[in-house]
Every structure is written in structure tokens, then in C-alpha cells.
Design a protein around this ligand. Sequence first.
Ligand code: UGA
Length: 461
Amino acid sequence: MKIIVLGTGYVGLVHAAVCSEYGHEVYAYDSDLDKIKAFSTGQAEKIEKYVNEPGLANIIRETLGRYLFFSTELESIIEGADAVFMCLPTPPNLDGSTNLTFYDAAAQHIAELSARRKDKRRVVFINKSTVPIGTGRHLQNIMKAQDVANFGVASNPEFLAEGSAVLQARRPDRVVVGADEEQDFNILRRVYSQFVHHVRIKYIETTPETAEAIKYVANTMLLTYISFWNGVGAKIGEKLPNIKIDDLRLGVTADERISTWGSFVSNGAGGSCFGKDIASLIYQLRSVNVSTKMLEASYEVNEYQKVYLIDRAITEAGFKFNNKTIAVLGLAFKKHTNDMRDSSSIKVIESLLGKGVSKIQAYDPLANETARDVFDPSKNILFEKIHYYDSAKEAIKGSDAIFISTDWEEFRGISRTIEELVKPPYLIMDGRRMIPDYEDLVKKEYTYLAVGSMVMTPEKN
Ligand code: UGA
């Protein structure tokens, strides 16, 4: 199949690479010349500057120039295409609705070019990145308005999670295809021929609107589950005596109907999708007069969760942030990525700065560079108080308290470093419950405050 992927963000680039691995002829298009130049080198360090996914650069290096091609010229590649995947950014508007400006511009562009095709073979335009329910119809209208001949529209939502996107793209748990016509389902079956009759992969064919809705319901359900644990499970551990949150989790998730994923209490779920998708679904449902109380609660629990350990540090541990130096470990929204979109660490750092800390000593194994852009001092003079370090050790040295915001495995061993470098009184705020031997630290007079349990101070223990 000749496949065009419009947009080489994380969804588009992974999809293009994995399709090329299965022997399709894939053209990945982006209007950003610097990106396309970087990807066309096939060099890991240049590719990972834009999309850092384990295994991705290897595939690109191996298929580049044989099955995978990069371009900034749509006109020269549209001829003969069977499938065009729309993988455009769809950022949120302030009211929660989805901003389709980039999407519409790209759709309009491809529609105009497709109308001038000479080959007239069947081509399917497929929405892959998350778009509001009904966007497939909207795309159909854009194509019709340009008199594009012999085309179909489909929805094929992406369910990849960052950090394991390549693994999941090679072996997804399901492939969802929404279309109106058999010939378009057929084209998608050929694109995904390796999955259609797979014994363990569910290949689901439905209407375009249902496919679009599946993505929203899946993501909002996942966030609601996390919010349930943070808003109910964690609170039980924090407010009622003698509760061990980790045992609570084990006991509840022993039921095979209840997932362990999402049951790890945290200082909130970040990432580019959950917050944006739940806000968009709230907007979409409100516009058809549906009560969205439940979704709003999930969203609010998650947002408050990002900073409430700082409030607890003041009210429960009596900590005063003014003029203090705070080590922040973990900036990425989760481990194995340098992505900081909607990361809890952003809210944490903003809150700390708002409370008058004198210095933030930040460290992340991958996201320090991302953070320098996010906290650009030209946007806010307070960001000058953030200093970046190449190791957890350096970040901890000289601090008055620590905040662990990301679940990087290397933080599990941090108690020894803390003992070595900083003496009590010292406050440990653990947003990810990363310190298994916290009781030893408390015995040595450190104060331990974690999501999911009561504050542990030397006197209280
Ligand atoms: C999420 C979904 O998991 C994917 O299925 C979906 O395709 C993707 O969004 C998307 O729409 O593109 P992702 O944003 O990569 O994937 O991240 P997750 O692995 O879902 O984690 C989201 C956040 O929840 C992270 O901050 C993570 O640390 C947090 N989390 C996860 C918890 O706080 N507790 C948990 O038990 C699990």
C-alpha cells in the first residue's frame, strides 16, 4: 500500500515507522522542514530531539529510503496513495473544546491536491490522532467541497502510550476502524493485514462516530480510574489511622475485574492526552445537554492532586516554603519519556515558586532540556530560580526539602543519597511513593509525606 502520514508528531512518526516496517511504502509529511531534515538523517540523536521513543530510531534507520520517506512537499507524493493518515496536533481551546485549526488547514490542503490527482484510484482519508466525535463527517464535507473523486473517510484512533509506543504499535491490544463503506474497510484491512486475523488482537470494525467515541471513552475512563484511586483510595490512607495504601491496592486489585494499571496513587496524571480529552468530551457532551458531573469530578480531582502534597506539607508537616531550597526529582509526566506536556511537575514548580522558595534544584534523567523551554525565564522572571542538575545527588545537595514528581525507577534508591547529603530536619514529599524504606528515614528524624499515607514525623511515628 502507498501510505501518506500527515504530521510527524509522536503519533504520526511512530505510525509511519511501524507501517514501513510491515513493507508498506510510507511517506511521512510535515510542514516543519527542520523536523523532516532531522528524521531524514536516520540518526537517533536527531530523531529523539523531536520524538523520543524506545526502538523508533532503529526502525527509521532500517527502513529509510527503502520503505520510509520524509517530505515537506505533499504535491509530489499524493499521486497513487491508498491511505492518508491525519496525525495533526489538536490542542485544546480555553473552553475545553478542540482546536481544529491545524487539522482544518491540513485537510483543506490535502483536499485541494487530491482533487487534482490523475490516477483517480480509491483513497481513504483516515483520522488517527484524537478528534471530536463527528470530525470524520466534517472531513468528508471538506473533501466533497473540493470535488475530490473516489475517496472514503475513516476513523482509526491511536491508543499508544508514550514510552512503549513502538512495542504497542507492533502488537496493539486492539485496532479500531470506523468507516461507512466496505471498500474502505478493505483498504484498512490491507494496511493492517498482520492484525486482521490475529488470535490475540481485537480487530474492531464499526461506524466512524463509534470509533471516535471509543477513544474518548477509553481515555476518560482511564483518567477516572486514576482519579478514583487518588481521590478515594489515597484519601483513606491519608486520613484514617493504620491504613497501608499498598496493601489496600493489592487487596482490591486481586479481583481480576479490577485493573492494577491506574491503581498506583500519584500526584496526578499528566501527559498530552488525558486532560485534553476529558475537557473535550465534557465540552462535546455539554453541547448536547448531558450532565458531565462525573467527568468534571475526575478532571478536578486530577488537577488538585498535582499540588495538594504542597498544601499538606504546610498544614500537616508545618513546613514553611518561604526562602527554602527545594529539590524536585522528576520533570517528565511519567518515566521513560522527556515529554512534559501537562506534567504534574509544572504545577508543582509553579506552586513552589508562588510560595516564595528561593531556589529549585531540578533533575530529570531525560527532561531537563524540555524543562528549560517550559520554564523559559523570558516568560516569567521567577523561572530564573530553577537550576538544573545532571544527577539526583547534585539536585539534593544543599536542599531543605525534596519533591519526587515522576516515577523514574532510579528514585527508589534515593533514601541513601538523602541520608548521605542532607541532615534532618528535612522534608521528603513523595508524589509517587518511590521510597520503600521510608520508615528507616523517619527513624532517623526525617519527615516523610507521601500521597496515600499520613505524614510521618519523628514524633508521630
Ligand atoms: C494515554 C493512554 O494510556 C493511552 O492509551 C492513549 O493512547 C494515550 O494517552 C493517548 O491518548 O495518546 P500516555 O499519555 O502516554 O497514554 O500515558 P499513560 O501511561 O496513560 O500515563 C498517564 C499519566 O497517568 C502519567 O502521568 C502516569 O504516571 C499516570 N499514572 C498512570 C498514574 O498516576 N497512576 C497509574 O497507576 C498509572
